[in-house]
Design a protein. Structure first.
Length: 370
């Protein structure tokens, strides 16, 4: 079985290494430095320097059976669209476009898209799907974030993936469901302050992470669906100040000899402060709370920390994508079209497979109910 991993940043690199333990992996990226890092200790992985926009990209997939798309969000939709013309695709790009538009592309090509196959969206959707399959719910709240274990003022944040994708999350309207109605609200609003054991005080604010859960048939009778991003207190206030001062808009300006958007300029400047180094200790926290129609509270907490040179966000995102990839192969899934992560959660056999894989990689997952 030959697997292609498209994009070899922090998360893509982990996916390539992990999948190479079972399969022949082809790693494709236009960034030579990323490929060099990957090739250094992983001679078994075949690397190819190819731009996904070039004509030879699709040809490079000829000898592969399944593709994992790890490109940045702004490239995600078009890259997955190309892939689906030939192959089934597991996607973690967090594309801003509605991935449902790719369903017909996949169906016509007899391929399948597994979108949002990371930690959140992804594992979060699977957990929600599993809770829905066993309970009648009236409210679901998802809170997720990756943070350094030791605060690094003033931001108290390190970006485990592309800073421009983080900024996209802060500026993209957050689609939520309240009183049975889907609506868009400003990201960074709906602030919640809380404490978590052994971490301390945290804040959470609304972001656009519900994705396919908003329009899924399995959530149509749930009046309230909310998704929040977790940070240390004060982070949202600082980001809001950048927005109010037009530091995250798309105005074009000269920068480093080129004409670049203000958003990109700010992203590059923030990267200097947000850069997550290989040995920076950090953690990922996912908290899902659901209320049943009988007012019973159900919850699931997922927690992971930096391990063996891999960030927890790379681990929770990348290993979930690996679990989905292995699931497709090991279970011989032949479905075509769009298979949303919550659909995986409603199948208990598939869900158990995903949880067993993640727990086998030392990711802590605990369910409780009052």
């Amino acid at each position: 079985m030959n697997i292609a991993v498209i994009g070899t940043g922090m998360v893509g690199r982990l996916i390539a290494v992990e999948l190479s333990k079972k399969y022949q992996v082809y790693a494709i990226d236009n960034n030579k430095s990323n490929l060099d890092k990957l090739r250094k200790n992983n001679a078994k992985i075949i690397t190819k320097k190819i731009d996904v926009k070039n004509e030879d990209f699709l040809k490079s997939l000829d000898d592969t059976d399944l593709i994992v798309n790890c490109v940045p969000g702004f490239m995600g939709f078009e890259t997955s669209k190309k892939i689906l013309e030939k192959k089934t695709c597991v996607d973690i790009s967090f594309m801003p476009e509605d991935c449902n538009y790719l369903k017909t592309v996949a169906e016509n090509a007899n391929t399948a898209l597994y979108p949002d196959a990371g930690v959140a969206p992804g594992l979060s959707n699977m957990i929600v799907g599993n809770l829905i399959s066993k309970n009648k719910l009236k409210e679901v709240k998802i809170m997720v974030g990756g943070l350094p274990l030791e605060k690094n003022p003033p931001w108290n944040y390190k970006a485990p993936f592309s800073p421009i994708d983080v900024i996209e999350e802060y500026t993209r309207p957050a689609r939520i469901k309240e009183n049975g109605n889907i609506k868009a609200v400003k990201a960074l609003t709906g602030l919640i302050n809380f404490e978590f054991e052994n971490v301390g005080k945290l804040e959470a604010f609304l972001t656009d992470g519900l994705r396919t859960l908003l329009t899924s048939d399995i959530t149509k009778n749930i009046p309230t669906l909310l998704e929040y991003t977790i940070r240390y207190p004060g982070h949202s206030e600082m980001i809001t100040e950048l927005i109010n001062n037009n530091k995250l808009d798309d105005t074009l300006k000269p920068y480093d000899g080129k004409i670049t958007s203000q958003r990109e300029i700010t992203s590059k400047e923030l990267f200097k402060e947000w850069k997550l180094n290989r040995n920076d200790r950090e953690f990922t926290l996912l908290i899902i709370t659901a209320i049943t129609e009988n007012d019973k509270e159900l919850s699931c907490v997922v927690y992971d920390e930096w391990r063996n040179g891999w960030s927890s966000m790379s681990r929770t995102t990348g290993l979930t994508a690996c679990a989905v990839t292995n699931l497709i192969i090991d279970k011989g899934i032949k479905k075509t079209g769009l298979i949303a992560p919550e659909d995986i959660g409603t199948n208990q056999d598939y869900f158990d497979y995903i949880l067993d894989y993640l727990k086998g990689n030392d990711i802590k997952i605990n369910f409780s109910n009052d």
